[in-house]
Design a protein around this ligand. Structure first.
Ligand SMILES: [Zn+2]
Length: 88
């Protein structure tokens, strides 16, 4: 079954752990989701049609192309959430 998927989401989630481990930011689910949402709003969506299983090999090759942009967007988003977390 084919699906439309924004592979930028996959790239963001695959790089998020590495970026956040370099930045001292809360890593609870709420903050991680906020960081992902802010980063994705600042990145162009990249929709692909994918069959299950095909996605990850594609993401690996495309990941390198956007890695620098995604890391930069994640770092900026992490700073925003760190300054203004939506919880105590
Ligand atoms: Zn948190």
């Amino acid at each position: 079954m084919s699906q439309i998927k924004n592979y930028m989401e996959e790239v963001v989630f695959s790089l998020m752990k590495d970026v956040l481990s370099d930045i001292n930011v809360c890593s609870c689910e709420k903050c991680r989701m906020d960081i992902a949402a802010i980063a994705l709003n600042n990145l162009p969506p990249k929709y692909i049609v994918t069959d299950k299983g095909e996605l990850y090999s594609k993401v690996d090759s495309l990941k390198q192309q956007f890695e620098v942009d995604v890391i930069s967007a994640l770092a900026k988003a992490a700073v925003i959430v760190k300054r203004n977390p939506r919880h105590e």
